[in-house]
Design a binder for this molecule. Structure first.
Ligand SMILES: C[S@@+](CC[C@H](N)C(=O)[O-])C[C@H]1O[C@@H](n2cnc3c(N)ncnc32)[C@H](O)[C@@H]1O
Length: 292
């Protein structure tokens, strides 16, 4: 990344669980993630997490804060992996969902978010114990996927593990400046991209599955009313999927997409509904996408 180092990362890693263990019951069924969907041993999963977190730490500024989501079963794996990567373990946040999902003896109503600092430099703290009116504890209460209200079905159809937009937006506001670069190398349906757009941060994101990269691009386009274009070719997603720019070797290159909202000019008007604004002919240059 030949530019400003990242001030923050929001990493919603796959939990090494099959979809049957992840999804809320219902009509929408998703295939397993291609990586870390239960096929890894504990040792392999810890190695995967160490490599993934280490890669992001390498392109982060000293003092950058990384949020890494995990479930209760794998929290030890995350902490083990993180211990070889980070300078400090800052906290363990409990995402307290307003509704419970599936479970065994106890239904699952929380997920965990490890908060880590890259290196030894001081991290940014915009909370400062509420001194400026930003009161935050390490229990974050936001609806889970089955409590997303009117958008619930759309979210469940788009991706099996969509995080609440406001949860990510608030996390970014806690530890970054306006305009900061934020990373998410497991972006799924693009929640971190949208959160960055909402709070005026520049998100660089990676998603391995083309179907979810497309969901992320479409969500961003609906939110902003603009058209995402490929950095290399200038092609939109529609050009890419249906137009003459589609290349013979595209199928193999479809494997991974790097999504970057580098030209963000500030917070978008509204994320609450993610509806298409009525702008007549929206500018095309906004999120740049590069297929790797
Ligand atoms: C837990 S989901 C992220 C969901 C996201 N926070 C959202 O709100 O939609 C993890 C994502 O990481 C992707 N993934 C898994 N392994 C990957 C890898 N090695 N590189 C990039 N993405 C990967 C999966 O396809 C999945 O979409």
């Amino acid at each position: 990344m030949a530019e400003t180092a990242a001030e923050c990362a929001f990493l919603d890693v796959p939990y090494n669980l099959a979809q049957a263990e992840l999804s809320t019951r219902g009509k929408v069924r998703h295939p397993d993630f291609v990586f870390a969907s239960g096929e890894m041993s504990q040792k392999e999963y810890v190695a995967f997490l160490s490599a993934a977190l280490g890669n992001v730490a390498r392109v982060s500024a000293p003092g950058a804060v990384h949020f890494a989501c995990i479930d209760w079963r794998h929290v030890q794996d995350l902490l083990q992996a993180a211990s070889s990567v980070y300078g400090a373990y800052l906290n363990l946040v409990v995402w307290n969902k307003t509704n419970a999902g599936q479970g065994g003896l106890y239904r699952n109503q929380h997920e965990l978010i490890g908060v880590f600092r890259v290196g030894e430099a001081r991290h940014r703290d915009n909370v400062q114990m509420g001194r400026y009116g930003r009161n935050r504890s390490n229990v974050w209460t936001y609806p889970g996927a089955n409590g997303f209200g009117a958008e619930r079905l759309a979210h469940l159809a788009a991706h099996p593990t969509v995080k609440p937009l406001q949860l990510v937006a608030d996390a970014l506001k806690d530890v970054t400046r306006s305009g900061a670069v934020v990373l998410d190398t497991f972006v799924g349906s693009g929640t971190t991209i949208l959160a960055g757009e909402q709070v005026g941060r520049r998100v660089r994101a990676v998603e391995i599955e083309p179907r979810y990269a497309q969901v992320a691009i479409r969500r961003w386009e609906r939110m902003t009313g603009r058209t995402a274009v490929c950095e290399e070719t200038g092609a939109s997603l529609d050009d890419w999927l249906h137009g003459p720019t589609r290349r013979a070797d595209q199928n193999s290159r479809d494997a991974c997409a790097l999504l970057s909202s580098s030209e963000s000019s500030g917070p978008a008007a509204s994320l609450a509904s993610e509806k298409t604004p009525s702008a007549a002919s929206p500018p095309r240059r906004r999120v740049r996408t590069r297929v790797l």
